[in-house]
Design a protein around this ligand. Structure first.
Ligand SMILES: [Zn+2]
Length: 116
Protein backbone atom coordinates (compact mmCIF):
# COMPACT_ATOMS: atom_id res chain seq x y z
CA UNK A 1 0.00 0.00 0.00
CA UNK A 2 2.82 2.35 0.85
CA UNK A 3 4.07 1.68 -2.64
CA UNK A 4 1.27 3.60 -4.32
CA UNK A 5 2.15 6.77 -2.44
CA UNK A 6 5.75 6.54 -3.52
CA UNK A 7 4.66 6.37 -7.12
CA UNK A 8 2.48 9.37 -6.77
CA UNK A 9 5.37 11.36 -5.35
CA UNK A 10 7.74 10.32 -8.02
CA UNK A 11 5.72 11.48 -10.98
CA UNK A 12 5.19 14.91 -9.56
CA UNK A 13 6.32 17.92 -11.54
CA UNK A 14 8.43 16.81 -14.46
CA UNK A 15 5.90 15.12 -16.68
CA UNK A 16 3.53 18.01 -16.17
CA UNK A 17 6.25 20.54 -16.87
CA UNK A 18 6.92 18.96 -20.21
CA UNK A 19 3.27 19.08 -21.16
CA UNK A 20 3.20 22.78 -20.28
CA UNK A 21 6.19 23.42 -22.48
CA UNK A 22 4.36 21.92 -25.42
CA UNK A 23 1.18 23.79 -24.76
CA UNK A 24 2.81 27.16 -24.30
CA UNK A 25 3.13 29.41 -21.29
CA UNK A 26 1.17 28.40 -18.25
CA UNK A 27 0.78 29.77 -14.78
CA UNK A 28 4.03 30.20 -12.83
CA UNK A 29 4.10 28.01 -9.72
CA UNK A 30 4.42 30.21 -6.67
CA UNK A 31 6.87 27.77 -5.16
CA UNK A 32 9.34 28.33 -8.00
CA UNK A 33 8.95 32.08 -7.74
CA UNK A 34 9.79 31.91 -4.08
CA UNK A 35 12.77 29.71 -4.72
CA UNK A 36 14.09 32.24 -7.23
CA UNK A 37 13.67 34.98 -4.68
CA UNK A 38 15.61 32.98 -2.12
CA UNK A 39 18.38 32.26 -4.59
CA UNK A 40 18.83 36.00 -5.08
CA UNK A 41 20.01 36.28 -1.49
CA UNK A 42 22.67 33.58 -1.76
CA UNK A 43 26.43 33.94 -2.09
CA UNK A 44 26.11 31.82 -5.21
CA UNK A 45 24.05 34.51 -6.94
CA UNK A 46 26.19 37.38 -5.70
CA UNK A 47 29.21 35.63 -7.15
CA UNK A 48 27.37 35.14 -10.42
CA UNK A 49 26.62 38.82 -10.84
CA UNK A 50 29.86 40.10 -9.35
CA UNK A 51 31.56 40.17 -12.76
CA UNK A 52 28.66 42.21 -14.09
CA UNK A 53 28.60 40.34 -17.38
CA UNK A 54 25.46 39.29 -19.23
CA UNK A 55 25.26 35.55 -19.85
CA UNK A 56 23.69 36.06 -23.28
CA UNK A 57 25.21 39.06 -25.01
CA UNK A 58 28.41 39.22 -22.96
CA UNK A 59 28.04 42.94 -22.32
CA UNK A 60 29.47 44.22 -19.07
CA UNK A 61 26.74 46.15 -17.32
CA UNK A 62 27.82 45.84 -13.67
CA UNK A 63 26.16 43.81 -10.93
CA UNK A 64 23.26 46.23 -10.68
CA UNK A 65 22.52 46.02 -14.37
CA UNK A 66 21.95 42.28 -14.20
CA UNK A 67 18.72 40.45 -13.57
CA UNK A 68 17.98 36.83 -12.80
CA UNK A 69 16.84 34.96 -15.86
CA UNK A 70 15.43 31.47 -16.12
CA UNK A 71 16.83 29.77 -19.21
CA UNK A 72 13.62 27.74 -19.41
CA UNK A 73 11.00 30.22 -18.24
CA UNK A 74 8.96 29.23 -15.22
CA UNK A 75 5.86 29.71 -17.33
CA UNK A 76 7.19 27.01 -19.62
CA UNK A 77 7.75 24.47 -16.90
CA UNK A 78 11.29 25.55 -15.95
CA UNK A 79 12.37 25.43 -12.33
CA UNK A 80 14.37 27.69 -10.04
CA UNK A 81 17.37 25.46 -9.95
CA UNK A 82 20.87 26.79 -10.31
CA UNK A 83 21.46 25.18 -13.67
CA UNK A 84 18.40 26.93 -15.05
CA UNK A 85 19.34 30.38 -13.84
CA UNK A 86 21.72 32.87 -15.40
CA UNK A 87 22.51 36.54 -14.98
CA UNK A 88 21.22 38.56 -17.91
CA UNK A 89 21.26 42.28 -18.64
CA UNK A 90 17.88 43.98 -18.62
CA UNK A 91 17.87 44.31 -22.36
CA UNK A 92 18.32 40.59 -22.92
CA UNK A 93 15.82 39.73 -20.26
CA UNK A 94 13.19 41.94 -21.85
CA UNK A 95 13.88 40.67 -25.30
CA UNK A 96 13.75 37.07 -24.23
CA UNK A 97 10.47 37.60 -22.47
CA UNK A 98 8.49 38.32 -25.56
CA UNK A 99 10.36 36.14 -28.02
CA UNK A 100 9.57 32.54 -28.77
CA UNK A 101 12.40 30.17 -27.88
CA UNK A 102 13.29 29.74 -31.55
CA UNK A 103 13.37 33.50 -32.11
CA UNK A 104 15.55 33.92 -29.06
CA UNK A 105 18.00 31.36 -30.46
CA UNK A 106 18.15 33.34 -33.65
CA UNK A 107 18.84 36.50 -31.75
CA UNK A 108 21.68 34.85 -29.82
CA UNK A 109 23.18 33.55 -33.04
CA UNK A 110 22.98 37.01 -34.52
CA UNK A 111 24.94 38.61 -31.69
CA UNK A 112 27.51 35.84 -31.64
CA UNK A 113 28.03 35.86 -35.40
CA UNK A 114 27.13 39.37 -36.45
CA UNK A 115 26.15 39.58 -40.12
CA UNK A 116 28.81 41.32 -42.15
ZN1 LIG B 1 22.56 40.92 -22.46
Amino acid sequence: MGRKDENRDRKRPRARARADALQGPGPVPLQEKNRARELRTTAWWRKKIAAGTCHYCGKTVGPHGLTMDHIIPLSRGGTSERFNIVAACKECNNRKNYLLPAEWEEYLDSIKNPPR
